[in-house]
Design a protein around this ligand. Structure first.
Ligand code: ZN
Length: 79
């Protein structure tokens, strides 16, 4: 199931939520529906930003979440 990260425009809280079908998420903090969907953090992880030339050979997509703080990012498991 897709998990999306949202930011509440009303109170500024960031949260992740499951989105199923056309259901509309609401802020768990203030119940506002005024949300901005954020792009997945994992989608921006670049292999070229390793520390001091350390080469990480991880071409298999199975552990793409290794450098991502969100272990249940939906886009990571999609390879
Ligand atoms: Zn809120």
């Amino acid at each position: 199931m897709p998990i999306y990260e949202y930011k509440c425009n009303a109170c500024g809280k960031n949260f992740e939520t499951l989105v199923m079908g056309s259901s509309t998420p609401e802020c768990p903090s203030c119940d506002s529906l005024d949300l901005s969907r954020l792009l997945s953090v994992c989608g921006f992880v670049s292999k070229s930003s390793g520390p001091s030339g350390e080469t990480q050979v991880k071409s298999s997509a199975s552990s793409a979440c290794g450098s991502c703080s969100s272990t249940n990012c939906s886009s990571c498991s999609m390879g």
